[in-house]
Design a protein around this ligand. Structure first.
Ligand SMILES: [Zn+2]
Length: 266
């Protein structure tokens, strides 16, 4: 299967035009005419993932996070990113990114997160596009029945891949929760939207002390702060399934390498 064909399938599911203007999505390195037999899906384009791709003899890595977001004038192997580019090109491995265009897709990053933490039924965007109510950032869904915040946190923790610090909860652990908002990755820009949506709890990542403290003090939903990598990892499987269901004949693998920035909690 040519890389061009694989990219066509990915871009039908994750149209690049839907990416944020500051984002950098699409093919980072690789020749479109290259044959692709094995595709590795990972959250981060980092050295450990490149090594995994080498060992498994992947032809293509699809990551959620971009390698370069800002203008660069050198890919010399004198920086970690330049070294990564060298490793990939020397070994005929292409790199492709679907980032904010995967966040807002349907199904996208937050759909996979919502299912991983146990939400059922229809999922609607927390912040829908004005022109498309079924696409947008975050998702709102329901638990099958109300449970305490503490029990939901334990369930969410089990549903997400293990990281060094697990998850943190802000709010009364005995509070009943059933209507839940989730957003993969750093979701603090959606705090106000989650409050306006009158959900019982908002699960995201990378929350900071002051916004979180003020949010809970103001009587907003409870908060669950998970590891950034863990909230986006469930999407990898869904992206791999999109390739398979399109009839593209490639082997896929989801990287289980934990590339969250935090390697240990004490
Ligand atoms: Zn992210």
């Amino acid at each position: 299967m040519s890389l061009t064909k694989v990219i066509e399938v990915l871009e039908a599911a994750y149209p690049p035009a839907r990416a944020e203007s500051w984002d950098a999505v699409g093919l980072v390195c690789g020749d479109p005419v290259q044959e692709v037999r094995r595709v590795l899906f990972a959250v981060d384009p980092v050295a450990a993932v490149a090594e995994e791709a080498l060992e498994w003899r992947a032809d293509l890595i699809v990551t959620h996070h971009p390698l370069y977001l800002r203008g660069t004038t050198s890919v010399a192997a004198t920086t970690p990113k330049g070294r990564l580019i060298h490793t990939l090109i020397k070994n005929d491995i292409s790199l492709y990114t679907a980032h904010t265009n995967a966040d807002v897709a349907n199904p996208g990053v937050s759909d996979a997160l919502a299912r991983a933490v146990g939400l059922v039924g229809d999922l609607v965007p927390l912040q829908p596009f004005p022109d498309d109510p079924w696409r947008g950032l975050g998702r709102i869904g329901e638990l099958p029945s109300a449970m305490t915040l503490g029990d939901f946190a334990a369930q969410a923790s089990k549903g997400l891949p293990r990281t060094s610090w697990g998850i943190r909860v802000a709010g009364d652990l005995d509070r009943p929760v059933s209507r839940v908002a989730v957003s993969g990755g750093a979701g603090d820009s959606l705090l106000g939207t989650a409050k306006a949506a009158e959900v019982d709890v908002f699960l995201t990542a990378d929350l900071r002390h002051h916004p979180a403290s003020e949010f809970v003090e103001s009587g907003g939903p409870a908060l669950i702060d998970a590891a950034h990598w863990a909230t986006e990892w469930p999407w990898l499987d869904s992206a791999a399934s999109i390739l398979h269901s399109s009839g593209v004949t490639v082997e896929t693998r989801v990287s289980a390498t934990v590339t969250d920035a935090w390697t240990k909690g004490y």
